[in-house]
Design a protein around this ligand. Structure first.
Ligand code: SF4
Ligand code: SF4
Length: 81
């Protein structure tokens, strides 16, 4: 309840879930996001530090964390907040 329902925790379990989507998405592969920090779970850990990012398809809407936390839009690897 409250705001905690929308906060994604940075846990190993969540990282494993994220790798099923971010790990195979075109944006991740094109930009080699796995080589930069944060390397996964961008919705919890923030945007990637990778340079020269090119935005391609995002697989976040298929992810169970995305649904569970009622996230919107996706492309968390690019967001600057
Ligand atoms: S946040 Fe979206 S676009 Fe970025 S790596 Fe993950 S699935 Fe791909
Ligand atoms: S919503 Fe996107 S960034 Fe967050 S865990 Fe799922 S695939 Fe990863």
């Amino acid at each position: 309840m409250k705001n905690s329902a929308s906060i994604v925790e940075d846990t190993e379990e969540n990282r494993q879930i994220c790798r099923k989507y971010c790990g195979i998405c075109p944006t991740c592969k094109h930009n080699s996001l796995e080589k930069y920090q944060p390397d996964v779970l961008f919705c919890a850990r923030g945007a990637s530090s990778a340079p020269s990012q090119k935005e391609m398809n995002c697989y976040c809407p298929a992810c169970e964390i995305y649904t569970k936390h009622s996230l919107v839009i996706g492309h968390f690897c690019f967001k600057r907040e």
